[in-house]
Structure formats: structure tokens, C-alpha cells
Design a protein around this ligand. Sequence first.
Ligand code: PLP
Length: 406
Amino acid sequence: MPILNENFLNLSQRYLFQEIARRTADYRTSHPDADIISMGIGDVSLPLAPAVIDAMHRAVDEEARQKTFRGYGPERGYLFLREAIANGDYASRGIDISPDEIFVNDGAKSDTGNIGDLFSADNKVGIADPVYPVYVDTNLMGGRPIYYIPCNEKNSFTGDIPQIKLDIVYLCFPNNPTGAVITKEKLQMWVDYALDNDCIIMYDSAYKAFIRDDSLPHSIYEIPEARKCAIEFRSFSKTAGFTGIRCGYTVIPDEIRLTTKTGERIQLNKWWERRQGCKFNGASYISQRGAEAIYTPEGLAQTQAQTDYYLHTASLIRQCLESLGLHPQGGTNAPYIWAKTPEGMSSWEFFDFLLDKAQVVITPGAGFGKAGEGWFRMTSFTSKEQTECALTRFKSCFPGKNLQNR
Ligand code: PLP
């Protein structure tokens, strides 16, 4: 008799974006002529940069010829891409990461979820609330106890350093969903906590390409000694519009150790390599050649122009929400804007209200955790024209109102 891993029963029935899709589809069925604008899901709208397209075309041509055809590649990624990452993302900022510490993948979602394979159910896990849901769901699947770290206006959405000893802590900056960023000083406090408590930080910097304030850390390895305690997850999805292409990477420095029950300290990246060798067959050659092109001078300029575009739409959203008195957070070094729902509505009430009154889809804050109740998230990934249209409709729901005194 096949028996369920009952940890799955602890998951909510639907992943947040499936629930949003269901409600939107129901609305579309009952309002077939509605022109719905999605400001909810974090998917990009600009096409790929020309440098990336050219590189991928060349890669397709190689695959078309007997002499240059490639089948399975190395599970941890081609050296050409790992070298481009080590130089372009780390050496260029004075950080020493070797290509052998980099694992190329098919996007950060897989690795932020799969990394849990290496951790026993005995680990105590600290996860920010609100949060990108993957960290919570995959730790629930692994049966690990979760301690929520409230992120709110009081701690600038960067969480208070825990008073208890945790074994793993997930941090994400620039943050999804709040758009918050972390200063070097605060990140130093998290690294100190991890070093003092033999804790590993899972640092998700999928949105680092949106940082424009150079005093902010782009990588956790800008903090001294973070190599001893942090794994970093990165993605080309939002950096360069790779949501459909699928490519990202994970950095596991050689110093990171896990302890066995007998007290032996083992090197985590060796076991991650073993795990990947078994369960992953590598990202496609074509997407890796595309990702490599991001690091060329043309690729860098073109992809920065894309993130500049999204940051501009983020500023339009911020201005609109500010004018309504909704105290928006984020959106200056991040593509997400986080704001309080108006007139005391719950997150899902506001979702339904806006869908009905303005045919605009936002993401209800409650979907990111308990602390997200009473908040909502908007993304800057929709086109400027669509965003302007959505904001006009949004404002028309509250004619002449400034909602700050609710
Ligand atoms: N990490 C965060 C914080 C995200 O918001 C997302 C996607 O929305 C991901 C990781 C996953 O990105 P990818 O497309 O590389 O799987």
C-alpha cells in the first residue's frame, strides 16, 4: 500500500499563485469581456536582450551541426558560465568565489526548494514572515519545524535577530514580497548570529540586479566571514528576462559544513554535488550560452536597461499609492511594492474588490504569511502602458480620497 508523506498534509491546498489564477479565471468566466490587467504575479514582460538572443541563436546552430552538437552537459553547469559568474558577479565586486563553488541550475526556485534534501528533519528553521512561499512549503514537506521571523515596519522588514538558536535561516534581499533591502550593518548582524549559533543562512538575492544604491550589499559575501555560514541563490529570471528560458545558480563556499550525528563535519558542497548528480541533469546548453552573454558589455548594458525600465514602472506605482496615502514600501531598489490595504479590508477582500471594480489583479499579502494580512503586493513587471492604465483604474475606485487616516 503506497503511503503518503504526511508532511504534505501540512501544506495549504493551493500554492498562492494557483489560487490567484483560480479566482481570476472564475471572474473571467462570469465577465467574458473584462480586460483584466495583472499586477500580481512576478513575471517579466520585456523580450530577451539582443545579446542574449544572438548567443542563443549561435548555440542552436551549434546543436544543429554534427561536429558541434552537445548532449548532456555537466550537472553543475558549463565552466564558461561558471567563470563568467565568478568574474562578473563576484570578482568585479572584490569577492573571491571560485567557479567550483558555483552550481548552475534551471532557476532559483528549484534549488531554494531542493537544498532541504541535505538537512535532516531535526533542524530548526527560521523563515521571514511575510515570505516567498517556496521556503515555507519545502520545509513543511521536509517535516522541519519552522520559526517565523516577523518582518514589519518596526524592523524595516529585515527581521529582528532571533533570541533562540536556529540551525537554518532564510533571508531574501531585495525582498519578495516587501521590496525591502538590507544594509551592510544589518546583514553583518545576521552573519554574526549565524557564526555564533552554527547556523546556515540561505540567502536569496534573485533581485540583486535591481539595486541602484551602491552602499547596499549585492551579495552576502560582501560581509566578512559570510563564506563560513551562507549559501547564496541567484537567478537570471528577473535580471535578464529568463523566466521562460530557465537558468540561475547557487553558490556553496567550500567552508560550509554540516554535522553528522556522530559529530563529523562534512563539506556541504560535496554532498550537494552528489545530490545534483543523482537528481539533476543540468540546465540546457542554449540557456547557459544565453546567460553567459549577460556578462558581455552589450549584455550588461541591455539587461540593465530592462531593470531600469521596471524600476521606472515601480516608481509610477509608488507615486500612485503614495498619493492615495497607502504608505508604499519598496520599489526603489526592488521590483516589488508593498502597501497596506485601504479601509481596513483584508488582503483577499481587497484582491476581490480590485478585481471586481477595476479588473486589476494584485497579490494579497496574506498569501505570503500571517504577517502579510492587511497588505498587498504590486509588481513593476507589467508594461508601462498597462501599468498606467491599471493605476488610473485603481485610483478611480477611490475618487478624491486620501486613505491615510483609516
Ligand atoms: N526567489 C525569489 C525570492 C523569487 O521571488 C523567485 C521568483 O519569483 C525565485 C526565487 C525563483 O526564480 P526562478 O525563476 O529563478 O526559479
